[in-house]
Write a protein that binds this ligand. Structure first.
Ligand SMILES: NC(=O)c1ccc[n+]([C@@H]2O[C@H](COP(=O)([O-])OP(=O)(O)OC[C@H]3O[C@@H](n4cnc5c(N)ncnc54)[C@H](O)[C@@H]3O)[C@@H](O)[C@H]2O)c1
Length: 493
Protein backbone atom coordinates (compact mmCIF):
# COMPACT_ATOMS: atom_id res chain seq x y z
CA UNK A 1 0.00 0.00 0.00
CA UNK A 2 1.50 3.34 -1.04
CA UNK A 3 1.28 5.90 1.82
CA UNK A 4 -0.76 8.94 0.87
CA UNK A 5 1.93 11.47 1.77
CA UNK A 6 4.65 9.80 -0.30
CA UNK A 7 4.74 12.67 -2.69
CA UNK A 8 5.08 15.57 -0.29
CA UNK A 9 6.16 18.42 -2.58
CA UNK A 10 7.89 20.24 0.29
CA UNK A 11 10.14 17.44 1.52
CA UNK A 12 13.84 17.83 0.80
CA UNK A 13 14.70 14.20 0.27
CA UNK A 14 18.06 14.89 1.92
CA UNK A 15 19.76 11.72 3.01
CA UNK A 16 21.81 11.61 6.22
CA UNK A 17 24.71 9.93 4.41
CA UNK A 18 25.55 13.28 2.73
CA UNK A 19 26.79 14.45 6.09
CA UNK A 20 28.81 11.29 6.70
CA UNK A 21 31.20 11.57 3.80
CA UNK A 22 34.03 10.24 5.92
CA UNK A 23 32.17 7.08 6.87
CA UNK A 24 32.78 3.86 4.96
CA UNK A 25 30.07 1.97 3.07
CA UNK A 26 28.92 -0.90 5.29
CA UNK A 27 30.06 -3.49 2.77
CA UNK A 28 33.74 -2.61 2.86
CA UNK A 29 34.78 -5.18 5.39
CA UNK A 30 32.27 -7.84 4.50
CA UNK A 31 32.57 -10.90 2.33
CA UNK A 32 31.49 -9.45 -0.96
CA UNK A 33 31.05 -11.23 -4.21
CA UNK A 34 29.38 -8.18 -5.71
CA UNK A 35 32.69 -7.09 -7.14
CA UNK A 36 33.97 -9.68 -9.54
CA UNK A 37 37.06 -11.51 -8.42
CA UNK A 38 36.17 -11.57 -4.78
CA UNK A 39 36.03 -13.62 -2.54
CA UNK A 40 37.96 -16.23 -4.47
CA UNK A 41 40.89 -13.97 -5.31
CA UNK A 42 43.11 -11.66 -3.34
CA UNK A 43 41.47 -8.48 -4.39
CA UNK A 44 42.06 -6.46 -1.25
CA UNK A 45 38.35 -6.07 -0.78
CA UNK A 46 38.87 -5.74 2.95
CA UNK A 47 40.30 -2.26 2.48
CA UNK A 48 38.45 0.62 0.90
CA UNK A 49 36.86 -0.83 -2.27
CA UNK A 50 36.68 2.45 -4.14
CA UNK A 51 40.30 2.34 -5.27
CA UNK A 52 39.65 -1.18 -6.52
CA UNK A 53 36.66 -0.05 -8.50
CA UNK A 54 38.58 2.92 -9.85
CA UNK A 55 41.26 0.55 -11.03
CA UNK A 56 38.66 -0.90 -13.37
CA UNK A 57 37.08 -3.55 -11.20
CA UNK A 58 34.23 -5.37 -12.82
CA UNK A 59 31.01 -5.10 -10.84
CA UNK A 60 28.08 -7.45 -10.63
CA UNK A 61 24.92 -5.69 -11.71
CA UNK A 62 21.28 -6.74 -11.68
CA UNK A 63 18.89 -5.01 -14.07
CA UNK A 64 15.21 -5.48 -13.26
CA UNK A 65 13.04 -5.28 -16.39
CA UNK A 66 14.11 -6.20 -19.91
CA UNK A 67 12.05 -3.64 -21.81
CA UNK A 68 13.38 -0.97 -24.14
CA UNK A 69 15.38 0.59 -21.31
CA UNK A 70 16.46 -2.39 -19.19
CA UNK A 71 17.76 -4.49 -22.06
CA UNK A 72 19.79 -1.65 -23.54
CA UNK A 73 21.16 -0.58 -20.16
CA UNK A 74 22.06 -4.13 -19.10
CA UNK A 75 23.69 -4.93 -22.41
CA UNK A 76 25.56 -1.60 -22.40
CA UNK A 77 27.04 -2.24 -18.95
CA UNK A 78 27.98 -5.79 -19.99
CA UNK A 79 29.67 -4.40 -23.10
CA UNK A 80 31.78 -2.17 -20.85
CA UNK A 81 33.01 -5.28 -19.04
CA UNK A 82 30.69 -5.77 -16.07
CA UNK A 83 28.86 -8.95 -15.13
CA UNK A 84 25.19 -8.21 -15.72
CA UNK A 85 22.08 -10.25 -15.11
CA UNK A 86 18.86 -8.90 -16.57
CA UNK A 87 15.73 -10.12 -14.82
CA UNK A 88 12.18 -10.11 -16.08
CA UNK A 89 8.98 -11.59 -14.69
CA UNK A 90 7.97 -12.79 -18.17
CA UNK A 91 9.54 -16.22 -18.55
CA UNK A 92 8.91 -16.43 -22.31
CA UNK A 93 10.82 -13.18 -22.82
CA UNK A 94 13.72 -14.45 -20.71
CA UNK A 95 13.81 -17.79 -22.53
CA UNK A 96 13.94 -15.95 -25.85
CA UNK A 97 16.73 -13.68 -24.64
CA UNK A 98 18.77 -16.64 -23.43
CA UNK A 99 18.56 -17.92 -27.00
CA UNK A 100 19.50 -14.49 -28.39
CA UNK A 101 15.94 -13.57 -29.51
CA UNK A 102 14.95 -9.99 -28.72
CA UNK A 103 11.40 -9.18 -27.54
CA UNK A 104 11.36 -5.98 -29.63
CA UNK A 105 13.18 -4.31 -32.49
CA UNK A 106 16.01 -1.92 -31.69
CA UNK A 107 18.77 -1.34 -34.26
CA UNK A 108 22.17 -2.73 -33.25
CA UNK A 109 20.93 -4.36 -30.05
CA UNK A 110 20.69 -7.95 -31.25
CA UNK A 111 24.38 -8.11 -32.18
CA UNK A 112 25.38 -6.55 -28.88
CA UNK A 113 23.26 -9.00 -26.86
CA UNK A 114 24.67 -11.94 -28.84
CA UNK A 115 28.26 -10.85 -28.28
CA UNK A 116 27.85 -10.33 -24.56
CA UNK A 117 25.93 -13.60 -24.14
CA UNK A 118 28.72 -15.40 -25.93
CA UNK A 119 31.38 -13.73 -23.82
CA UNK A 120 29.38 -14.65 -20.71
CA UNK A 121 29.13 -11.12 -19.35
CA UNK A 122 25.37 -10.93 -19.94
CA UNK A 123 22.90 -13.33 -18.32
CA UNK A 124 19.13 -13.55 -18.16
CA UNK A 125 16.94 -14.84 -15.36
CA UNK A 126 13.44 -14.79 -13.95
CA UNK A 127 14.77 -15.37 -10.43
CA UNK A 128 15.27 -11.93 -8.95
CA UNK A 129 16.15 -13.19 -5.47
CA UNK A 130 19.01 -15.34 -6.72
CA UNK A 131 20.73 -12.57 -8.65
CA UNK A 132 20.19 -9.68 -6.24
CA UNK A 133 22.02 -11.73 -3.61
CA UNK A 134 25.09 -11.47 -5.78
CA UNK A 135 25.02 -7.86 -7.07
CA UNK A 136 26.42 -4.60 -5.78
CA UNK A 137 24.18 -2.51 -8.01
CA UNK A 138 20.52 -3.15 -8.76
CA UNK A 139 18.96 -1.07 -11.56
CA UNK A 140 15.17 -0.70 -11.63
CA UNK A 141 14.01 -0.43 -15.25
CA UNK A 142 10.36 -1.44 -14.98
CA UNK A 143 7.43 0.39 -16.54
CA UNK A 144 5.62 3.46 -15.17
CA UNK A 145 2.52 3.61 -17.39
CA UNK A 146 -0.12 6.30 -16.98
CA UNK A 147 -2.68 5.66 -14.25
CA UNK A 148 -6.36 6.56 -14.75
CA UNK A 149 -5.87 9.97 -13.04
CA UNK A 150 -3.06 10.86 -15.49
CA UNK A 151 -0.21 10.51 -13.02
CA UNK A 152 2.47 7.85 -13.40
CA UNK A 153 1.52 4.43 -12.06
CA UNK A 154 4.55 3.49 -9.98
CA UNK A 155 3.18 0.20 -8.68
CA UNK A 156 5.60 -1.86 -10.83
CA UNK A 157 8.54 0.06 -9.37
CA UNK A 158 7.28 -0.38 -5.82
CA UNK A 159 6.69 -4.10 -6.38
CA UNK A 160 10.12 -4.50 -7.91
CA UNK A 161 11.90 -2.69 -5.08
CA UNK A 162 10.02 -4.81 -2.52
CA UNK A 163 11.28 -7.93 -4.23
CA UNK A 164 14.80 -6.50 -4.34
CA UNK A 165 14.69 -5.65 -0.62
CA UNK A 166 13.49 -9.13 0.28
CA UNK A 167 16.34 -10.64 -1.73
CA UNK A 168 19.14 -8.48 -0.30
CA UNK A 169 21.87 -10.37 1.53
CA UNK A 170 24.02 -7.33 2.33
CA UNK A 171 24.65 -3.72 1.32
CA UNK A 172 23.26 -2.78 -2.09
CA UNK A 173 23.04 0.32 -4.26
CA UNK A 174 19.54 0.52 -5.71
CA UNK A 175 19.38 2.71 -8.81
CA UNK A 176 16.06 3.78 -10.26
CA UNK A 177 16.05 4.35 -14.01
CA UNK A 178 12.28 4.23 -14.32
CA UNK A 179 10.70 7.63 -14.90
CA UNK A 180 8.91 8.36 -11.63
CA UNK A 181 7.27 11.41 -10.08
CA UNK A 182 9.42 13.57 -7.84
CA UNK A 183 9.40 12.09 -4.37
CA UNK A 184 9.19 8.47 -5.47
CA UNK A 185 12.73 7.65 -4.36
CA UNK A 186 11.78 8.61 -0.80
CA UNK A 187 8.87 6.20 -0.97
CA UNK A 188 11.13 3.48 -2.41
CA UNK A 189 13.57 4.01 0.45
CA UNK A 190 10.80 3.56 2.98
CA UNK A 191 9.63 0.47 1.16
CA UNK A 192 13.09 -1.09 1.18
CA UNK A 193 13.52 -0.34 4.89
CA UNK A 194 10.27 -2.16 5.62
CA UNK A 195 11.50 -5.31 3.91
CA UNK A 196 15.15 -5.60 4.89
CA UNK A 197 17.52 -4.84 7.70
CA UNK A 198 20.47 -4.63 5.32
CA UNK A 199 21.95 -1.21 4.58
CA UNK A 200 21.53 0.31 1.14
CA UNK A 201 21.79 3.53 -0.82
CA UNK A 202 19.24 4.87 -3.27
CA UNK A 203 20.24 6.55 -6.54
CA UNK A 204 18.07 8.11 -9.23
CA UNK A 205 19.67 7.87 -12.65
CA UNK A 206 17.11 8.93 -15.27
CA UNK A 207 17.49 7.44 -18.71
CA UNK A 208 17.42 9.68 -21.79
CA UNK A 209 17.83 7.11 -24.58
CA UNK A 210 15.56 7.35 -27.62
CA UNK A 211 14.03 4.23 -29.09
CA UNK A 212 15.43 3.72 -32.57
CA UNK A 213 18.83 5.07 -31.49
CA UNK A 214 18.86 3.57 -28.00
CA UNK A 215 22.19 1.74 -28.20
CA UNK A 216 24.02 4.78 -29.46
CA UNK A 217 22.30 7.09 -26.98
CA UNK A 218 23.26 4.82 -24.09
CA UNK A 219 26.82 4.19 -25.22
CA UNK A 220 27.44 7.86 -26.12
CA UNK A 221 25.08 9.92 -23.95
CA UNK A 222 24.90 13.73 -24.08
CA UNK A 223 25.24 13.55 -20.29
CA UNK A 224 24.55 11.24 -17.39
CA UNK A 225 22.41 12.54 -14.53
CA UNK A 226 22.96 11.07 -11.07
CA UNK A 227 20.71 11.90 -8.14
CA UNK A 228 22.62 10.73 -5.13
CA UNK A 229 23.08 11.55 -1.45
CA UNK A 230 26.38 9.84 -0.72
CA UNK A 231 29.71 11.00 -2.10
CA UNK A 232 31.16 7.47 -2.17
CA UNK A 233 28.23 6.09 -4.08
CA UNK A 234 28.68 9.04 -6.42
CA UNK A 235 32.25 7.82 -7.05
CA UNK A 236 31.00 4.33 -7.89
CA UNK A 237 28.47 5.76 -10.34
CA UNK A 238 31.23 7.86 -11.94
CA UNK A 239 33.39 4.80 -12.31
CA UNK A 240 30.51 2.81 -13.80
CA UNK A 241 29.79 5.47 -16.41
CA UNK A 242 33.40 6.48 -17.14
CA UNK A 243 33.67 4.27 -20.28
CA UNK A 244 30.63 5.99 -21.78
CA UNK A 245 31.86 9.53 -21.14
CA UNK A 246 35.31 9.37 -22.66
CA UNK A 247 34.48 12.09 -25.16
CA UNK A 248 34.18 14.55 -22.30
CA UNK A 249 30.41 14.61 -21.95
CA UNK A 250 29.47 15.42 -18.34
CA UNK A 251 28.17 13.32 -15.49
CA UNK A 252 26.00 15.70 -13.51
CA UNK A 253 25.44 14.95 -9.84
CA UNK A 254 22.44 16.52 -8.13
CA UNK A 255 19.93 15.82 -5.39
CA UNK A 256 17.63 12.88 -5.89
CA UNK A 257 14.58 15.12 -6.28
CA UNK A 258 16.32 17.24 -8.91
CA UNK A 259 17.27 14.11 -10.84
CA UNK A 260 13.66 12.90 -10.76
CA UNK A 261 12.52 16.32 -11.96
CA UNK A 262 15.16 16.54 -14.71
CA UNK A 263 13.63 13.63 -16.61
CA UNK A 264 10.20 15.27 -16.61
CA UNK A 265 11.76 18.63 -17.51
CA UNK A 266 13.53 17.18 -20.56
CA UNK A 267 10.47 15.39 -21.91
CA UNK A 268 8.24 18.40 -21.20
CA UNK A 269 10.63 20.66 -23.11
CA UNK A 270 10.85 18.28 -26.09
CA UNK A 271 7.09 17.78 -26.23
CA UNK A 272 6.54 21.56 -25.95
CA UNK A 273 8.70 22.17 -29.00
CA UNK A 274 6.67 19.68 -31.03
CA UNK A 275 3.33 21.07 -29.88
CA UNK A 276 4.40 24.65 -30.52
CA UNK A 277 5.58 23.64 -33.98
CA UNK A 278 2.28 21.88 -34.66
CA UNK A 279 0.34 24.94 -33.58
CA UNK A 280 2.51 27.11 -35.85
CA UNK A 281 1.85 24.64 -38.68
CA UNK A 282 -1.88 25.14 -38.27
CA UNK A 283 -1.34 28.90 -38.40
CA UNK A 284 0.70 28.44 -41.59
CA UNK A 285 -2.19 26.52 -43.15
CA UNK A 286 -4.64 29.23 -42.15
CA UNK A 287 -2.54 31.99 -43.74
CA UNK A 288 -1.03 30.18 -46.73
CA UNK A 289 2.52 29.99 -45.37
CA UNK A 290 4.72 26.87 -45.67
CA UNK A 291 5.82 25.49 -42.32
CA UNK A 292 8.84 23.81 -43.93
CA UNK A 293 10.22 27.22 -44.87
CA UNK A 294 9.28 28.69 -41.51
CA UNK A 295 11.01 25.80 -39.74
CA UNK A 296 14.23 26.52 -41.59
CA UNK A 297 14.06 30.13 -40.50
CA UNK A 298 13.60 29.00 -36.91
CA UNK A 299 16.09 26.14 -36.81
CA UNK A 300 18.99 28.24 -38.06
CA UNK A 301 18.64 30.61 -35.10
CA UNK A 302 21.38 29.42 -32.75
CA UNK A 303 19.20 30.26 -29.74
CA UNK A 304 16.59 27.78 -30.99
CA UNK A 305 18.38 24.96 -32.84
CA UNK A 306 16.89 22.31 -35.11
CA UNK A 307 15.91 19.37 -32.90
CA UNK A 308 12.27 18.48 -32.29
CA UNK A 309 10.95 21.15 -34.64
CA UNK A 310 9.25 18.90 -37.17
CA UNK A 311 5.50 19.34 -37.40
CA UNK A 312 3.46 16.19 -37.83
CA UNK A 313 0.33 14.35 -36.83
CA UNK A 314 1.17 14.70 -33.12
CA UNK A 315 3.70 13.02 -30.86
CA UNK A 316 3.19 9.54 -29.44
CA UNK A 317 5.22 6.78 -27.88
CA UNK A 318 5.57 5.43 -24.39
CA UNK A 319 7.28 8.49 -22.90
CA UNK A 320 6.39 12.00 -24.09
CA UNK A 321 2.58 11.76 -23.78
CA UNK A 322 2.59 10.13 -20.35
CA UNK A 323 5.46 12.16 -18.93
CA UNK A 324 3.95 15.53 -19.86
CA UNK A 325 0.63 14.52 -18.31
CA UNK A 326 2.42 13.21 -15.21
CA UNK A 327 4.39 16.48 -14.89
CA UNK A 328 1.14 18.45 -15.05
CA UNK A 329 -0.32 16.16 -12.43
CA UNK A 330 2.66 16.84 -10.16
CA UNK A 331 1.89 20.55 -10.46
CA UNK A 332 -1.76 20.00 -9.56
CA UNK A 333 -0.78 17.98 -6.47
CA UNK A 334 1.42 20.85 -5.34
CA UNK A 335 -1.33 23.41 -6.09
CA UNK A 336 0.85 25.26 -8.59
CA UNK A 337 -0.20 26.10 -12.13
CA UNK A 338 0.84 24.03 -15.13
CA UNK A 339 -0.94 25.84 -17.96
CA UNK A 340 1.89 25.31 -20.42
CA UNK A 341 2.22 21.59 -19.72
CA UNK A 342 -1.53 21.16 -20.04
CA UNK A 343 -1.52 23.12 -23.30
CA UNK A 344 1.19 20.82 -24.72
CA UNK A 345 -1.12 17.84 -24.30
CA UNK A 346 -4.19 19.74 -25.52
CA UNK A 347 -2.41 20.83 -28.70
CA UNK A 348 -1.19 17.29 -29.28
CA UNK A 349 -4.68 15.86 -28.91
CA UNK A 350 -6.06 18.50 -31.26
CA UNK A 351 -3.32 17.82 -33.79
CA UNK A 352 -4.10 14.10 -33.93
CA UNK A 353 -7.81 14.85 -34.14
CA UNK A 354 -7.37 17.37 -36.98
CA UNK A 355 -5.41 14.83 -38.99
CA UNK A 356 -8.08 12.16 -38.55
CA UNK A 357 -10.86 14.63 -39.37
CA UNK A 358 -9.12 15.69 -42.56
CA UNK A 359 -9.17 12.08 -43.78
CA UNK A 360 -12.77 11.44 -42.73
CA UNK A 361 -13.95 14.77 -44.21
CA UNK A 362 -12.28 13.98 -47.51
CA UNK A 363 -14.14 10.67 -47.91
CA UNK A 364 -17.38 11.97 -46.42
CA UNK A 365 -20.42 9.74 -46.31
CA UNK A 366 -18.88 7.02 -48.49
CA UNK A 367 -15.92 6.33 -46.15
CA UNK A 368 -17.39 2.93 -45.24
CA UNK A 369 -16.91 1.81 -48.85
CA UNK A 370 -13.26 2.85 -48.90
CA UNK A 371 -10.12 0.84 -48.46
CA UNK A 372 -7.34 2.95 -46.95
CA UNK A 373 -3.65 2.06 -46.88
CA UNK A 374 -1.44 3.17 -43.99
CA UNK A 375 2.34 3.38 -44.24
CA UNK A 376 4.05 3.26 -40.85
CA UNK A 377 2.41 2.49 -37.51
CA UNK A 378 5.27 2.66 -34.98
CA UNK A 379 5.30 5.98 -33.14
CA UNK A 380 8.56 6.84 -34.89
CA UNK A 381 10.99 5.17 -37.31
CA UNK A 382 13.54 2.51 -36.29
CA UNK A 383 11.35 1.07 -33.54
CA UNK A 384 8.47 -1.39 -33.41
CA UNK A 385 6.98 0.39 -30.39
CA UNK A 386 3.35 1.26 -31.07
CA UNK A 387 2.46 2.47 -27.57
CA UNK A 388 0.35 5.66 -27.99
CA UNK A 389 1.34 5.78 -31.67
CA UNK A 390 -0.74 8.38 -33.55
CA UNK A 391 -1.29 5.74 -36.26
CA UNK A 392 -3.51 3.81 -33.83
CA UNK A 393 -5.83 6.80 -33.66
CA UNK A 394 -6.04 6.86 -37.46
CA UNK A 395 -6.69 3.10 -37.64
CA UNK A 396 -9.36 3.28 -34.94
CA UNK A 397 -11.11 6.23 -36.60
CA UNK A 398 -11.16 4.54 -40.02
CA UNK A 399 -12.36 1.22 -38.60
CA UNK A 400 -14.95 3.09 -36.54
CA UNK A 401 -16.24 4.73 -39.71
CA UNK A 402 -16.53 1.33 -41.40
CA UNK A 403 -13.53 1.66 -43.75
CA UNK A 404 -11.23 -1.22 -44.65
CA UNK A 405 -7.66 -0.71 -43.43
CA UNK A 406 -4.44 -2.19 -44.82
CA UNK A 407 -1.23 -1.32 -42.99
CA UNK A 408 2.40 -1.71 -43.79
CA UNK A 409 5.26 -1.09 -41.37
CA UNK A 410 8.83 -2.36 -41.82
CA UNK A 411 8.91 -3.86 -38.29
CA UNK A 412 5.71 -3.21 -36.34
CA UNK A 413 3.36 -5.38 -38.48
CA UNK A 414 3.28 -8.28 -35.96
CA UNK A 415 2.35 -5.89 -33.13
CA UNK A 416 -0.57 -4.56 -35.18
CA UNK A 417 -1.71 -8.09 -35.96
CA UNK A 418 -1.55 -8.92 -32.26
CA UNK A 419 -3.62 -5.82 -31.41
CA UNK A 420 -6.21 -5.85 -34.17
CA UNK A 421 -6.32 -9.46 -35.35
CA UNK A 422 -8.26 -9.75 -38.60
CA UNK A 423 -9.83 -6.28 -38.21
CA UNK A 424 -6.95 -4.88 -40.26
CA UNK A 425 -4.88 -6.43 -43.03
CA UNK A 426 -1.09 -6.26 -42.71
CA UNK A 427 0.72 -6.04 -46.04
CA UNK A 428 4.14 -7.68 -46.44
CA UNK A 429 5.58 -4.80 -48.51
CA UNK A 430 4.90 -1.09 -48.84
CA UNK A 431 3.57 -1.20 -52.43
CA UNK A 432 1.45 -4.29 -51.69
CA UNK A 433 -0.56 -2.19 -49.23
CA UNK A 434 -1.53 0.20 -52.05
CA UNK A 435 -3.13 -2.38 -54.36
CA UNK A 436 -6.71 -1.24 -54.96
CA UNK A 437 -6.61 1.23 -52.06
CA UNK A 438 -8.63 4.44 -52.15
CA UNK A 439 -5.83 6.47 -50.63
CA UNK A 440 -2.65 6.37 -48.57
CA UNK A 441 -2.06 7.74 -45.08
CA UNK A 442 1.56 8.17 -43.95
CA UNK A 443 1.97 8.02 -40.18
CA UNK A 444 5.69 7.24 -39.65
CA UNK A 445 8.66 8.70 -41.50
CA UNK A 446 10.53 5.46 -42.25
CA UNK A 447 13.35 6.11 -44.71
CA UNK A 448 11.93 3.69 -47.27
CA UNK A 449 8.88 5.97 -47.69
CA UNK A 450 10.92 9.06 -48.50
CA UNK A 451 11.68 8.48 -52.19
CA UNK A 452 8.98 6.17 -53.51
CA UNK A 453 8.20 5.38 -57.13
CA UNK A 454 5.29 7.81 -57.55
CA UNK A 455 4.23 6.32 -60.87
CA UNK A 456 4.04 2.86 -59.36
CA UNK A 457 2.00 4.30 -56.49
CA UNK A 458 -0.35 5.99 -58.93
CA UNK A 459 -0.85 2.77 -60.87
CA UNK A 460 -1.65 0.75 -57.73
CA UNK A 461 -3.95 3.22 -55.98
CA UNK A 462 -7.60 3.31 -57.03
CA UNK A 463 -7.84 6.91 -55.86
CA UNK A 464 -4.71 9.07 -56.04
CA UNK A 465 -4.84 10.76 -52.66
CA UNK A 466 -2.16 10.93 -49.96
CA UNK A 467 -2.57 12.19 -46.39
CA UNK A 468 0.99 12.76 -45.24
CA UNK A 469 1.36 13.16 -41.47
CA UNK A 470 5.14 13.57 -41.80
CA UNK A 471 5.60 16.03 -44.70
CA UNK A 472 7.76 13.60 -46.68
CA UNK A 473 7.01 14.86 -50.18
CA UNK A 474 7.01 18.08 -52.17
CA UNK A 475 3.43 19.18 -52.84
CA UNK A 476 4.15 20.50 -56.34
CA UNK A 477 5.76 17.22 -57.46
CA UNK A 478 2.70 15.26 -56.40
CA UNK A 479 0.28 17.79 -57.85
CA UNK A 480 2.07 17.55 -61.21
CA UNK A 481 1.57 13.77 -61.12
CA UNK A 482 -2.14 14.20 -60.53
CA UNK A 483 -2.25 13.33 -56.82
CA UNK A 484 -4.37 15.07 -54.21
CA UNK A 485 -1.86 15.65 -51.44
CA UNK A 486 -2.56 16.81 -47.88
CA UNK A 487 0.34 17.48 -45.52
CA UNK A 488 0.89 19.44 -42.31
CA UNK A 489 1.28 23.22 -42.30
CA UNK A 490 1.58 23.50 -46.07
CA UNK A 491 -0.97 24.34 -48.72
CA UNK A 492 -2.95 21.26 -49.82
CA UNK A 493 -2.82 20.44 -53.53
N1 LIG B 1 11.07 3.40 -23.69
C1 LIG B 1 11.81 4.49 -23.67
O1 LIG B 1 12.18 5.04 -24.71
C2 LIG B 1 12.23 5.11 -22.36
C3 LIG B 1 13.25 6.06 -22.35
C4 LIG B 1 13.64 6.61 -21.13
C5 LIG B 1 12.99 6.24 -19.96
N2 LIG B 1 11.98 5.32 -20.01
C6 LIG B 1 11.35 4.92 -18.74
O2 LIG B 1 11.97 3.70 -18.33
C7 LIG B 1 11.02 2.84 -17.72
C8 LIG B 1 10.95 1.51 -18.47
O3 LIG B 1 10.48 1.76 -19.78
P1 LIG B 1 10.42 0.61 -20.89
O4 LIG B 1 9.91 1.26 -22.14
O5 LIG B 1 11.71 -0.13 -20.92
O6 LIG B 1 9.29 -0.34 -20.26
P2 LIG B 1 8.76 -1.74 -20.80
O7 LIG B 1 7.33 -1.78 -20.43
O8 LIG B 1 9.18 -1.92 -22.22
O9 LIG B 1 9.56 -2.83 -19.94
C9 LIG B 1 9.37 -3.04 -18.58
C10 LIG B 1 9.73 -4.49 -18.29
O10 LIG B 1 9.77 -4.67 -16.88
C11 LIG B 1 9.27 -5.97 -16.58
N3 LIG B 1 8.89 -5.98 -15.16
C12 LIG B 1 7.94 -5.26 -14.54
N4 LIG B 1 7.92 -5.54 -13.21
C13 LIG B 1 8.89 -6.47 -13.00
C14 LIG B 1 9.38 -7.15 -11.84
N5 LIG B 1 8.85 -6.94 -10.63
N6 LIG B 1 10.37 -8.05 -11.99
C15 LIG B 1 10.92 -8.27 -13.21
N7 LIG B 1 10.51 -7.64 -14.34
C16 LIG B 1 9.51 -6.75 -14.23
C17 LIG B 1 8.12 -6.14 -17.55
O11 LIG B 1 7.79 -7.50 -17.72
C18 LIG B 1 8.70 -5.51 -18.82
O12 LIG B 1 9.36 -6.46 -19.61
C19 LIG B 1 9.71 3.62 -17.71
O13 LIG B 1 9.60 4.30 -16.48
C20 LIG B 1 9.87 4.61 -18.84
O14 LIG B 1 9.09 5.77 -18.66
C21 LIG B 1 11.60 4.75 -21.17
Amino acid sequence: MIPRDWLNPHATGQHPNRARADARPPWINSENSAICGHPSGDDSIACDPLPNIKAGKRMRITVVGTGYVGLVVGTGFAESGHQVTCVDRESERIQGLKEGRLPFYEPGLEELVARNLEEERLHFSTDLSAVVGDSLLVFLCVGTPPSPDGGADISEVVNAVEQVAQAMTGYRIIVSKSTCPVGTADLLRETVRKHTKHPFDMVVNPEFLKEGAAVDDFMRPDRVVIGCDDVRVEEIMKELYAPFLRTGKPLIVMTIRSAEMTKYAVNSMLASRISLMNELATLCEAYGADVGEVREGLATDSRIGSAYLFPGLGFGGSCLPKDVVAAAQLARRANVGASMLEAVTTVNERQQQRFVERILDYYGAVVAQKKVAIWGVSFKPRTDDVRCAPALRVIDALLGAGATVVVYDPVAGPKILAMYGDKVAVAPKNYAALEGADGLVICTEWNEFRRPDYERMASLLREKVIFDGRNLYTPKVLADLGFRYFSIGRPSV
